[in-house]
Design a protein around this ligand. Structure first.
Ligand code: NA7
Length: 529
């Protein structure tokens, strides 16, 4: 017998948890279906050594409950994965969410039944569900990418993926380790694995930019100041493109005299973190400006890395901030260790994995453990993994054959009563995910409330509104340098994925204004019935 709810929420990360809280608070019946055995989403799965958020803990936190803000104590400037997971569990305890979350239940298919105006949901258990509304809260970086390298299954040692790390942890003491990838997950984990392993070999396809985190325990006086001024800090953050309370320097990098420019970069470097890219306002708009930031970081690499050939290999060749900037603790320094080797596989790709290691055109490398730090099928991967079928049985995969199209990154034509939290076409990964999630959840909850008040049971975006929004997403992407490189923002890391800049880059404040205008004009662009 299928179970029936007003709304089914897919995923028990921060999006699904808050969505449940809001809907229940409004008197809707709701259930969260979650594939994992616990809450936390990204933070449930990504347990690799050194996993941390790259947004500061006091900002990467819920703001819907001032009491929660006041009671919870973050211990470090950047929270570790275990601490973020404790926070997620605390939120579930505090708001009594557990009873409406069903774990180890993966949604495999969702069909829109047009005659009944209901979604029918199948899971990987025997259970099926029906619901008027479906809200996906499946995360943007949650479908791990395991590259199809020949021979991967032949490796006789242990293989790990950073996005799917064993819960009991891995001790690399005395082992030889090969790591494929130099994205954020690799950059966070390499310094820690290097300290444990007998030898670590890093296989780098693209050198990446990273800035120091300068992580530290939070001191009491700072925490007290933040707690006394949370509202002001959150309000300031909402006026910034990334939804993070950075100090943005309005000056242009190229128009600033060199000595002054270097002082600014040095100050940002010394402070640490993603705010480095806010050193000047045109770093992602103007090639020459971007080059000044590239040159600054390149000089740092040469200063830190002792072996000139290794330093050269580690030096990125692309635009800084085009791929997501990484934040590290001792990454470049790790390559000065005698037990770490860097192998450039840009021109000499991995040909095959063997029982004992891997082969490139140039040589053979042996190791006991293989770590795939190879990222995710970002933004659309987790959505398309579910077989979602809208009007006429058309699948979302078919609809998005040439890349994702949505209205506001929240809804899709042909998929009535389906909402996506931080879907493609919304600011999502270009912003601080927690406030972005809350804004989406509030939009969806308010929309369901408005529909109930009107007696409407069906909502669907209109084709013209979706086309206009897709145009807006494309237009804003075209004016920044961010759309110009082979990043996961454009799907370039997944062979065969359509190359489309997926998130909305017009900034969080502008996005909020778009959403507000839609609501103020009685859900402009949507058909309600
Ligand atoms: P990323 O940033 O996508 O990094 C994946 C890394 O793996 C990157 O260096 C890739 O090189 C490399 N990669 C992927 N496939 C291959 C193959 N087939 N051969 C060699 N190297 C490969 O994922 P992360 O998990 O580090 O970080 C994801 C986000 O999570 C991050 O941006 C933060 O927001 C948090 P490439 O650059 O494609 O040449």
């Amino acid at each position: 017998m299928e179970k029936s709810f007003d709304a089914l929420i897919v995923g028990a990360g921060f999006g699904g948890m808050y969505m449940l809280h809001r809907l229940r608070g409004m008197g809707f019946s709701a259930r969260v279906l979650e594939a994992g055995a616990g809450v936390g989403g990204t933070w449930y799965w990504n347990r690799y050594p050194g996993a941390r958020c790259d947004v500061e803990s006091v900002q990467y936190s819920y703001q819907f409950s001032p009491e929660l803000e006041q009671d919870w104590e973050w211990s470090e400037r950047y929270a570790t994965q275990p601490e973020i997971l404790r926070y997620a569990n605390h939120v579930c305890d505090r708001f009594d969410l557990w009873r409406d979350i069903q774990f180890e239940t993966r949604v495999v298919r969702a069909d829109f039944d047009e005659s009944a105006t209901l979604w029918r949901i199948e899971t990987d258990t025997e259970e099926t569900f029906v619901a008027r509304f479906v809200v996906t809260a499946v995360g943007c970086l949650s479908s791990p990418n395991t590259p199809k390298i020949p021979g991967l299954a032949d490796f006789a040692g242990s293989t790990y993926h950073t996005g799917y790390w064993p819960h009991e942890g891995v001790d690399f003491t005395g082992r030889t380790v090969g790591v494929i990838g130099t994205g954020s997950s690799a950059i966070q984990s390499i310094p820690i694995m290097a300290k444990q392993a007998k030898h670590l070999t890093v296989f780098q396809r693209t050198a990446n930019y990273t800035v120091p985190a300068h992580n530290a325990p939070l001191d009491e006086a700072y925490v007290a100041r933040v707690k006394a001024s949370y509202r002001e800090m959150r309000a300031r953050a909402r006026t910034k493109p990334a939804g993070i309370d950075f100090v943005i320097n309005p000056a242009s990098a190229v128009e600033t005299p060199e000595q002054e420019r270097l002082r600014e970069f040095e100050a940002r470097w010394a402070y640490g973190g993603l705010g480095f890219m806010a050193a000047f306002s045109d770093l992602l708009l103007n090639d020459e400006s971007n080059k000044t930031a590239q040159d600054f970081v390149k000089a740092k690499i040469r200063e830190i890395v002792e072996d000139p050939a290794t330093a050269e290999m580690l030096t990125p060749k692309n635009i800084i901030g085009c791929k997501r900037l990484c934040v590290d603790t001792g990454y470049w320094e790790t390559f000065n260790r005698p037990n770490v080797t860097l192998v450039d596989i840009a021109d000499r790709p991995i040909e095959r994995i063997t029982a004992t290691g891997l082969e490139t055109k140039d040589g053979t490398y042996a190791f006991d453990c293989l770590v795939l730090a190879t990222g995710f099928d970002a933004m659309t991967g987790a959505l398309l993994k579910m077989d979602i079928r809208g009007r006429g049985g058309v699948t979302l995969r078919e609809k998005w054959g040439e890349g994702p199209k949505s209205y506001l990154g929240l809804t899709v034509v042909g998929f009535p009563n389906l909402f996506m939290i931080t879907g493609p076409g919304s600011p999502s990964v270009l912003t601080n995910m927690l406030p972005t999630i809350e804004q989406h959840v509030d939009f969806i909850a308010d929309c369901l409330g408005a529909m109930r008040a009107k007696g409407a049971t069906l909502i669907e975006p209109m084709e013209e509104a979706q086309d206009a929004w897709v145009g807006e997403v494309g237009k804003s992407a075209s004016i920044t340098l961010r759309s110009t490189c082979s990043s996961w923002y454009v799907g370039a890391n997944i062979p065969g994925k359509p190359r489309v800049f997926m998130p909305y880059i017009g900034g969080f404040p502008s996005y909020i204004e778009h959403c507000k205008a839609v609501v103020a004009e009685d859900y402009r662009g949507f058909a309600l019935s």
